[in-house]
Design a binder for this molecule. Structure first.
Ligand SMILES: [Zn+2]
Length: 320
């Protein structure tokens, strides 16, 4: 496994935070470009060889003090998936690597993640013309796996930027056409969350129902940001100090109102999905994150190096 000496130079006063999601043992045919476990483990080996991995809270303390050591990185995951327990956690433990998991809690009340519901529904749709009866999504002929992959992509695009109410209405229409129920979608269990926490991994918050915060009113915003903290703290019987903005892109998915809400809810830091690295002057409420997706080692390390040269986009913040 290659160590890149240039990363030592590039990483001065910078924090790299890596972001992952679901890591299945074998790729899902509907999303073939997602990480599978073998690719993920190769990526972990590269990170292990080139970085010193800290818990997010410790790295944030270093950032606040302006003393972030070279080659510092954090590993993070978003959403909450049952297969973490069997693939990701053992892979991390074998390498003695810490990671923080930002969890969406609706799944503990039998409301699976909306994009997992899309996958289950598209798998269940019969061949033929699919028409959701929703004008932005034109009818699509389903004949092949590629047609279904395209439909997953289109549904995620069209259903993401809606209110939770409208998204739910369309999800139920989709599930009815597919003849599937959300109850059939695998979700993370409360015991799996507590097990992850008891193993020493970090738990952060990622809202209750994964809305785009810019599509929430004030009451919903406070519920999604503050309510999830209370729920998770009760479940793990401990403090939850970090928040991950859903979808996570500054301006497109959250604004200064949401950064304020995160501060008021009592979090000590928050993470986005904008690429780049945090520096001592970066707000700890908008720490950027990055997923190196290349499978080949030289290409992945090039992506990591390029990310070290990227400044994050930040929304302006009010001083509270
Ligand atoms: Zn998410």
């Amino acid at each position: 496994m290659l160590a890149w000496p240039i990363l030592h130079t590039l990483s001065k006063d910078k924090l790299s935070v890596f972001l992952f999601h679901k890591v299945p043992k074998v790729p899902d045919p509907l999303v073939p470009n997602d990480f599978d476990l073998a690719s993920f483990e190769s990526m972990l080996d590269r990170i292990c060889k080139n970085f010193r991995v800290l818990p997010v809270g410790d790295a944030v303390d270093c950032l606040r003090k302006g003393s972030i050591p070279r080659r510092t990185a954090c590993i993070t995951f978003d959403d909450g998936y049952p297969d973490w327990q069997y693939g990701v956690l053992p892979a991390l433990r074998r390498r003695n690597m810490h990671a923080t998991f930002y969890i969406t809690t609706g799944q503990f009340d039998r409301r699976p993640l909306w994009h997992e519901r899309i996958l289950a529904a598209v798998r269940g749709l019969p061949d033929g013309v699919f028409d959701l009866g929703y004008a932005p999504l034109q009818p699509i002929l389903l004949q092949s796996l590629q047609d279904r992959q395209r439909l997953v992509h289109r549904l995620e695009l069209e259903l993401k930027y809606l209110t939770l109410h409208k998204r739910e209405e369309l999800m139920q229409r989709l599930e009815s056409l597919a003849g599937v129920s959300p109850a059939s979608v695998p979700v993370m269990s409360p015991d799996a969350l507590r097990d992850l926490h008891s193993q020493g991994f970090g738990v952060g918050a990622h809202t209750i129902d994964h809305p785009i915060l810019d599509y929430c009113d004030e009451t919903q915003t406070n519920h999604e940001i503050g309510g999830v903290k209370e729920q998770l703290e009760a479940m793990v019987a401990g403090r939850v100090e970090g928040f991950a903005y859903p979808n996570g892109r500054p301006y497109a998915d959250f604004s200064r109102l949401h950064v304020d809400a995160v501060k008021k809810a009592g979090y000590t830091h928050a993470v986005t999905t904008h690429w780049g690295v945090a520096k001592p002057e970066t707000s700890v409420f908008q720490i950027p994150r990055f997923t190196p997706w290349a499978k080949r080692e030289w290409h992945a390390l090039y992506q990591v190096g390029r990310n070290l040269l990227t400044d994050p986009m930040l929304v302006p913040e009010n001083s509270l």
